[in-house]
Write a protein that binds this ligand. Structure first.
Ligand code: TYD
Length: 215
């Protein structure tokens, strides 16, 4: 038990493959919620705490990263998440904030489980151990075809391809499909938004899903 009593906070996680546009959608949602004078906290995974940022560096920018085995990768993501939950997310929810998380446990289910072929059961158990009872109230998957996502990434001049982004098209196809299957199996938590269109239409769809939860 990480969350100790009843609280009015809401945790909304954003998921999707590379270049799905989830980070800019989160920024738009934050702006909207702040205009409504809501207490909003945003976090990103992996990272979001000092310990988490250090773990992020090991995973994402490690020049010898290709040698990292998937089991280590899973445990490092889970470690960063465990810290984030206890240090930031749970206290924010306890005071009634809306917490928007740029990736959460479903990233491990999909990237390490489906993408890197780790068995689903241990991945689920490690995920559960890391987050305790802090599950998202809503998970928005921004879905874009792999080619579209990768083309967007290549356009961001500042974004040198890091270890995770050097994966091939087949890997990202698997990730995309993984999210869609996961969402289909848990329709009460997931909401899939088509991210191909312009940012403003995507924002509208995101708001349709978020509005009932926060008003
Ligand atoms: P980041 O630069 O934050 O990418 P994005 O903007 O797409 O979120 O890098 C995070 C990378 O880590 C991304 O490729 C997804 C991957 N990842 C996992 O493989 N498992 C996880 O549990 C998490 C949180 C991220």
């Amino acid at each position: 038990m990480v969350l100790k009593s009843k609280h009015t906070g809401k945790l909304i996680s954003f998921e999707g493959s590379e270049g799905s546009g989830k980070t800019s959608q989160i920024a738009r949602l934050v702006e909207r919620l702040q205009k409504m004078k809501r207490d909003v906290v945003t976090v990103r995974e992996p990272g979001g705490t000092e310990i988490g940022e250090q773990i992020r560096n090991i995973i994402v920018h490690n020049s010898k990263g290709d040698e990292m085995c998937p089991e280590t990768e899973l445990l490092l993501f889970a470690a960063a998440r465990a810290q984030l939950v206890r240090e930031i997310i749970a206290p924010a929810l306890m005071r009634g904030a809306i917490v928007l998380s740029d990736r959460y446990l479903d990233s491990s289910t999909v990237y390490q489980g489906i993408g890197r072929n780790l068995a689903a059961d241990p991945v689920a158990q490690i995920n559960r151990f890391a987050v305790g009872n802090v599950m998202p109230n809503l998970t928005i998957v921004i879905d874009v075809p792999t080619e579209v996502g990768l083309a967007r990434i290549r356009q961001r001049a500042s974004d040198l391809p890091d270890r995770m982004e050097r994966e091939n098209i087949d890997f990202y196809d698997k990730i995309r499909e993984g999210y869609l299957v996961l969402a289909k199996g848990l329709p009460e938590r997931f909401f899939v938004v088509d991210g191909k269109a312009d940012a403003a239409s995507t924002e509208k769809r995101v708001w349709e899903a978020v509005k009932p939860l926060v008003s």
